[in-house]
Design a protein around this ligand. Sequence first.
Ligand SMILES: [Zn+2]
Length: 266
Amino acid sequence: MSRTAFREMLGALAIEPGQHLLIHSSFKALKKAFPNLNAADFIKILQEKVSSEGSLLMPVFTYCFRRTSGDYERFSRDHSPSKTGWLTEYFRRQPDALRTASPTHSFALWGKVGLEYDSKIIPHSPLGKDSPLDWLAQKEKSAILMLGTDFHSLSFGHYLEIIHQAPWADLNPWTYMGVEKIGADESADIPLKEIPGCSQSFINFEKYIQKHIKLAEFICNDQRFRKVTIPELLHYGEYYFRLHTNELLCPAGNCQACDTRRNKLK
Ligand SMILES: [Zn+2]
């Protein structure tokens, strides 16, 4: 039953062979909507839908930055567990999944992307140039699946900040937490050009897009599953990220990371 409903959801979102999907998921939402769907089914059904001509990508971020306190973890590509949810860690551990090499923002990959993207690259911009998001941006048939999530977790928003040169994109917003602009890999320190900041206000970009288009949507047991295509994000992002940059930081006094960036601009 749950498996059928999950397939139906992917059908309603027009998921098809040859598509490259970045998946952001809430395990809780998936459990509510599809109570009997296990992680193995989840992955197998998605693989069937996109086929080996398509790709699946999931964030398996570990945030291994060097820290001024000296107390931090170093990233092991093989062993560091994902800090972005149980399901992403399960996906990473599949024998046919690859993991990319950014100590801070790695992705687990399956399918075509694993053949085309060199997973050993350590990009100096973890979600910018040379990252898996940059690969995805070059693909016409690419999309982001938001399974019970919204633009708060839209990693692609950071990519848009960088390519559209938001004025703070290269400012480190996490200095107040002792985070340095350096990735801590197990074998080396990796100097970073840009590091992703706070994504709370990407919700404003979501509202903006929804004024113009209706995103593909499927509701099941009160849980919302949606798809936004990469060409849609690039198209609307070009305008929004250039002209509405002030809406991309949290309002002053609400968020130390966004305030850090705003203050450094003065
Ligand atoms: Zn913020």
